[in-house]
Ligand binder design. Sequence first.
Ligand code: GLC
Length: 439
Amino acid sequence: MTSYVTRKTPGDTAWFTHDRFGMFIHFGLYALPARHEWIKNRERISEEKYDLYFKHFNPDLLDPKDWARQAKAAGMKYAVLTTKHHEGFCLFDSKYTDYKSTNTPCGRDLVREYVDAFREAGLRVGFYYSLIDWHHPDFPIDMQHPRRDDPDAFEQNQGRDMKKYAQYMRDQVTELLTNYGKIDILWFDFSYSNYNGTGDKAWMKGKGKDDWEAEKLIATARSLQPDIIIDNRTEIEQDLWTPEQYQPTQWMTHPETGELVTWEACQTFSGSWGYYRDEMTWKSPEMLIRMLVNTVSLGGNLLMNVGPTARGYLDYRAEAALAVYADWMKYNSRSIYGCTMAEPEFETPADCRLTQSEDGKRIYVHLFAYPFAHLKLKGFAGKIKYAQFLHDGSEVLFTEGKIDHFSAGKEKEEADTTILYLPDVKPHCLVPVIEIFLK
Ligand code: GLC
């Protein structure tokens, strides 16, 4: 067994840290303007204009079974869908609002369809639920509210009652965790209690756990689904730390105790979560694989996002990105599932990432840059039983203690060196993996 112990949490994270790889799905009215899911905020779009998207919301080609099929092929084991994003629009038939998919030309409870399809495909299901709500009449205007720059923002804000909104969230979370069977993850988003207005906006206050009444909100969720995994974005620590749009360089630790924590990086294929037609910063295939490997090599999970088009399907770029994972995971998933950071006794060679199976018996060397002829390992001498490429199971020969080359210099005598002999040409695999069976 590997020796890593993570900080105890209230939910059940055992399946989660085994499965490692999930699909984030951002879908909502913002798929229509197709200019980022924060569009209402960024362009300060009026309710009247935004209502056009509500009236035209008709994802006629949306097939959650097809989403699930692609997620599964990519090697993803769970998914998290935006049941409501910051715009306030709900993809489920909530009885507490009219602002929901069932009241649009779409007419469908998309959460229901998503849950059924993903569960049927054998994937775990999670719900993202936005704490922020730019549509709800009781949500007070703040520095990131679309109405913040209206000349009459102060007047518009009169009578807004955060307590009512907090109750609304509890009611909706109750619906979500009662009507759809077992839900594995609840992903709240997000708090900004220090982000207060200044000058004539001084009355605009940031929001955090007290505003959300997060303690009650979490208690509501736990009473309905005790094992559910909840993120930390209410400002109350629960199960999950969620680094967003960056790659940690070490296993995340608790800021006070220094303990290792359960973490999940979330990332996009291009620069936006919601479908963004003209955004062009799509990550390269190699980067996609490296992000997954890098994450697991530091004991984390990766939640990769898709933003379906307004018609509900995943566009060709998202499909291609998922296919990159599918191709690689088909042969290499053994270095991901049930794997974690390698024990520190095994040194990571230059340009590589290591993972280790949780039972401690196998090490996976991921070659980010393909070396010529030899890969020199430290910390492995006397410990290797057998080595092979993971993608085709072909043997990788090795010697210990020296490079058996007539012109080898001082490396010849180095202690604790293991040399793996590699073919000159990189195998047909984006990131080749060497599987090492330990004695
Ligand atoms: C952010 C953004 C949001 C996105 C989320 C995903 O907090 O507000 O649009 O849903 O991150 O992590």
